[in-house]
Write a protein that binds this ligand. Sequence first.
Ligand code: NIG
Ligand code: FE
Length: 426
Amino acid sequence: MTQHFDIIIDNIGQLLTMDHRDGPLKGKEMSSLPVLEHAAIGMRDGLVEWIGTHEEAQKLKATERIDAEGKLVTPGLVDPHTHLVFGGSREHEMALKQQGVPYLEILKQGGGILSTVKATREASLEELLQKARFHLNRMISYGVTTVEAKSGYGLNRPTEMKQLLVAKQLNEEHPADIVSTFLGAHAIPPEYKGRSEEFLKEMLSLLNDIERENLAEFVDIFCETGVFTVEESRQFLQKAMEKGFSVKIHADEIDPLGGTEMATEIGATSGDHLVGASEKGIQALGATDTIAVLLPGTSFYLNKGKFANARGMMEAGAAVALSTDFNPGSSPTENLQFIMNLASLQLKMTPEEIWNAVTVNAAYAINRGEQAGKLVKGRKADIVLWDVPNYHYVPYHYGVNHTHTVIKNGRIIYRKEKLHDQFSTH
Ligand code: NIG
Ligand code: FE
């Protein structure tokens, strides 16, 4: 072969290609993991061009050659549920949390999501863009190359549009891929208090502009006590589907209302959270194509001692994905690796299930199953080299960042500084 590659990574101890059959992995399928040992991967013009053995790679030419030193290489991770764009932050609520004031009570008092709404309405587009870029860069450093981003801190036309524009602009200027979701139905703003029906109508009226300007692919709603009921959510999402949007739902996050069943009934792409999903809901996930996007970081941070029943869902045959739920209130972290640790400890998921849940299944949860989450010839070269000896290691060793090099579209976009580079002058 006389091909010349842009980058070759050789001497890979384990290469997770995730080269499974097409479609999200359901139930037992989640325990299989395509791994190549002593492998190498070559990329050119932004795409994966060649996968083979370390020995074969020695005969190939490349502009840049990365020695993986026997470590782990995987596809770039996919984070399928984030609230990336928002103003302000909520550290002032920590004391309330410590006093035991529940999340929904803080919201009821006009804090929580509504405090972020105020800050987001007050922020300029440029300010929101800068802040979202900061958080996105941090996600990249943790190995994430594709991110879903929701609006939902405007709850009125100008600010919802502003948030969606920020996500669109970021997608255009930043190497990461961003998939946008309209979450105008995230809470009821003070000016619509007691008038949820009118508010939902107002939010639906934004969909024509959102579609015309290509500002979101998905529509989402927060189905929860004191926010939107299951029936309101069903009707809202069905109308969005009639307009051609795919839908997601924040379901059974805190109280078990039955949003999981509803998500499967209407054919939602994903049901997210599902901590309080009923047995019926869990069985329905197994029987349908709705992907269970689990967010154990939120269970951890809300500190209620209850996590989603991931094992039950997989036993029922469901496809499970994992996500940070990055947001300023219930899960302020960009670190998807920590979520992998929680999935291991609290959801009792195996390393194989966890890697499938943050790559292939996460990609399908945001309609990117054919573009992201796998390393196969012809796909975008979104690749992470990890500073770990094997794939079991990342879900095990918690609280630190294990990435070494992150490549997006065949370009290195993050590389860990070596300690001796920083301190060599002393
Ligand atoms: O997924 N529950 C609703 N939305 C977010 C939290 C948003 C916030 O607290 O700002 C969630 O938990
Ligand atoms: Fe969320």
